[in-house]
Design a protein around this ligand. Structure first.
Ligand SMILES: O=C(O)CCC(=O)C(=O)O
Ligand SMILES: [Fe+2]
Length: 269
C-alpha cells in the first residue's frame, strides 16, 4: 500500500478538496480488496441488514429504482465481513485521512461499496457531509477503484476548491445531475475535473467538496470500495443518518460522537 503522502500531495488536497493516489494498492492487495468487496456485497444482498429504524444498509430493495441503477450501495460491510473489517480498520488509512484533513484522530463514519452496474445511471453532483450526523469541514472519504474507472464507465468528477466555500447545506442525490446548482448557482462557473484512474488507485475527497460521476456506458460494472471518516472529537448535529435508534435517542446536539463500537477510532497521531 502506497501510504506515504508528500507535502505536495497534502497541499494539493487542501487546495482542490480531492487527491488521486495512483498505484495505491499493489496487485495482491487489489485482489484482496476485490475478494472482500465481492463477497461482502453478495452476502449483504442475499441477507439484507436493516437498522432498527427500518433503514436498509443496502439499496437493493427495488433493483429497478433510479437510485439502485446509480450504484449498488452496501453500507457498513466491516460489521458483517471479517476480511472487510481487517481492510477498513487499517491504521494506515486513518493516518492518510488524518494527515490530509489535518486532524489528529480519525474514526470510521461508515464504509460503503459503490458498484455502478453496466449501463448504470450517473451519480448526481453532491456533497457528502450534509448527509451525516456530524458537521465538519475536515470530514474526508477514501474511494478505491476496484476496476479501471474511466470517462466511459463513471469515473468521479470534482468541482475543485468548492470545499473552501463554507457551504454545508444538504442536497439530495436525485435523478437530476444539476440540482446542486439550484442551491449553489455560483458553482456553475467552476470547471469540473474528471478523475479517471486505474484499478487499485485511491481518491481522497473532502466531505464538503462537490462531486459526482458520469453514467456507465459500458457493459461491465465499475466497482469501488469506499470509507467515510469522521475527525475524532466531532459532535452530533441532530441528523439520524445511520445511527442505531437507542444511541440516536440518547444523544443531544453537541454531544461528542465517541462510541468506539459505532465509530471505531482507527488512528490517532
Ligand atoms: O462512486 C460514485 O459514483 C460516487 C462516489 C461518491 O459520491 C463518494 O464516494 O462520496
Ligand atoms: Fe459522495
Amino acid at each position: 500500500m502506497k501510504h506515504h503522502l508528500s507535502a505536495d500531495q497534502i497541499e494539493a488536497y487542501r487546495r482542490d478538496g480531492f487527491l488521486v493516489v495512483e498505484g495505491f494498492l499493489d496487485a495482491a492487495e487489489l485482489e484482496e480488496w476485490r475478494r472482500c468487496t465481492d463477497e461482502a456485497v453478495a452476502e449483504r444482498i442475499g441477507a439484507p441488514v436493516a437498522l432498527d429504524n427500518g433503514v436498509w444498509l443496502s439499496n437493493h430493495g427495488d433493483p429497478d429504482s433510479y437510485y439502485s441503477q446509480v450504484f449498488t450501495q452496501c453500507l457498513k460491510l466491516a460489521e458483517t465481513h471479517a476480511g472487510m473489517r481487517e481492510l477498513m480498520f487499517d491504521p494506515r488509512l486513518g493516518e492518510m485521512a488524518g494527515r490530509l484533513a489535518g486532524v489528529d484522530g480519525i474514526r470510521i463514519w461508515h464504509d460503503q461499496a459503490l458498484i455502478k452496474p453496466p449501463f448504470g445511471n450517473p451519480t448526481g453532483w453532491h456533497m457528502d457531509n450534509p448527509f451525516w450526523s456530524f458537521t465538519s469541514r475536515d470530514a474526508i472519504s477514501i474511494w478505491v477503484a476496484l476496476d479501471d474507472a474511466t470517462l466511459g464507465n463513471g469515473c468521479l468528477w470534482y468541482l475543485p476548491g468548492t470545499h473552501l466555500d463554507g457551504k454545508t447545506g444538504a442536497v439530495s442525490l436525485g435523478p437530476n445531475q444539476a440540482d446542486l446548482f439550484k442551491i449553489y448557482p455560483e458553482w456553475r462557473a467552476v470547471e469540473p475535473v474528471a478523475c479517471p484512474c486505474p484499478a487499485g488507485s485511491a481518491l481522497f475527497h473532502s466531505g464538503i467538496v462537490a462531486h459526482g460521476a458520469g453514467a456507465n456506458m459500458t457493459n461491465r460494472q465499475r466497482r469501488a470500495m469506499t470509507c467515510a471518516y469522521m475527525p475524532d472529537g466531532s459532535t452530533f448535529n441532530g441528523v439520524r443518518n445511520i445511527l442505531p435508534s437507542d444511541y440516536f435517542e440518547s444523544l443531544k446536539v453537541g454531544d461528542v460522537l465517541d462510541d468506539d463500537a459505532i465509530n471505531p477510532l482507527i488512528w490517532r497521531a
